[in-house]
Design a protein around this ligand. Structure first.
Ligand SMILES: [Zn+2]
Length: 188
């Protein structure tokens, strides 16, 4: 400590001070004039004093905001990608809980399936939806697919005839590859 005090009188900033900074005479570090927190820190390594630059509080806040923006954007891109791959029919994009008209109270089962997804997945529980044509089975399934895709979960919404059509005319190895490709979806 004595050594430090002796040296302290001669200490000057180790880099040029920017217009929005000042040199703090107490700890001999460069500070931000806006938030009054240091833009440098002091380390001692093998007898040498290192004064690397760090982010002051306001720079850190901006950095975190930008990071959050970047992550959000990445997540949105990922969800877009999952949707493109999982919703092979553009009309399915509109099958969402937000568009539910509330006519069929059974929609709560679809809601439950989504809210308990982790449990459903670990128990390998599917959902069997049956009913007459036009009763909204596809809508229910679409709502589940969209809600899970929004959470970043890989879902494929397809139908039996589409799968059969894809398989027809495929070589044996391609068929295996196609069937295996279905495994990368958490929900089919
Ligand atoms: Zn600052």
């Amino acid at each position: 400590m004595t050594k430090f005090t002796e040296k302290a009188t001669a200490i000057t900033p180790n880099r040029e001070i920017q217009p929005d900074e000042y040199f703090n005479e107490t700890d001999h570090l460069i500070y931000c004039s806006k938030c009054n927190t240091p833009r440098q820190c002091r380390h001692e390594l093998q007898g040498k004093v290192l004064i690397p630059s760090i982010r002051c509080k306001c720079q850190q806040e901006i950095f975190e905001q930008e990071e959050a923006q970047r992550k959000l954007h990445e997540k949105q891109m990922e969800i877009e990608h999952l949707k493109t791959s999982g919703l092979q029919d553009k009309a399915l994009y509109d099958y969402t809980f937000a568009r539910d008209n509330g006519i069929n109270p059974e929609i709560k089962l679809a809601h439950n399936y989504v809210s308990n997804w982790e449990e459903m997945k670990s128990n390998a529980s599917g959902l069997l939806i049956w009913g007459d044509v036009g009763t909204g089975k596809s809508f229910f399934a679409g709502c589940i697919a969209n809600a899970l895709l929004e959470k970043g979960i890989p879902v494929l919404m397809t139908n039996f005839s589409r799968i059969l059509n894809t398989l027809t005319g495929m070589h044996f190895e391609d068929r295996n590859q196609f069937i295996n490709s279905l495994n990368r979806y958490s929900l089919l």
